[in-house]
Design a protein around this ligand. Sequence first.
Ligand SMILES: *Cc1c(COP(=O)(O)O)cnc(C)c1O
Length: 271
Amino acid sequence: KINTNENPYPPSPKVYDALAQLNDQALRRYPPVLWDDFRQVAAKVHNVDPEMIICGNGGDELLTILVRCCCDDTRPLAYPVPTYSLYPILAKIQDNPVIEIPWGKDYSIPNALVETNAPLTILCNPNAPTGTMVELDEVKKLADALDGVLVLDEAYVDFAAGNCLPLVQQCDNVLILRSMSKGYSLAGIRFGYAIAPLRIIEAMIKVKDSYNVNFLTQKIATAALSDREYFQEIRQKICEIRQFLTTKLANLNFKIIPSDANFVFCSPPGG
Ligand SMILES: *Cc1c(COP(=O)(O)O)cnc(C)c1O
């Protein structure tokens, strides 16, 4: 089943060590409200303050929270298309308008996206389903030009050469969204997190359920993120296989868009 872009490799063995160490108290109590252990590990890995991190049941829950925080029937959600099919669904559940702008030439940021000046703009980077990526300096220009919040959905960034994390220290309106479903082989536990300036994180925490992420998920996510060596090994393998697949498809005369993700967007010769 390839349309969900799950990772073909198992998660880090540290995940199973963490599960084996559970005692009988662990499940009796409510889980940490502010994901303390995960925040500590993620803060070190990404070199940010723990308070700049929010966790959710997959990146998808954080997208839901963002739409609830930023949009209403007069405040639209804007994004370039084609992209992740969930964005319009989240807006439409709340009867919020969406502004869909076609990608620019070679999947660059379209000028019209700046002009919408929407309270919430989402840039999927690398984008699904194209696998294309916009460079950090172009993203920064967009962030500077917008008054509203700019979400960088980095669900596939684990397979990319760069990322836009530095922008959370430079811009007060940028949020970086990460998922453990693809790069960490953990789609089954439902865990994602976001990194953003405090004012955005604090607003989102007001909207989330108090015990939004269950104890087992927090435990597993923390163990997996800690294992940097395993993560790099799997990520490297997938990038090599992507290169192999790209070369083989090119030999078969497929039209291919070079990918920064764990999938390749291509069309067969003759359409
Ligand atoms: C997979 C994915 C997400 C988040 O998925 P979760 O499993 O909810 O963490 C977000 N955006 C895109 C584009 C995705 O492909």
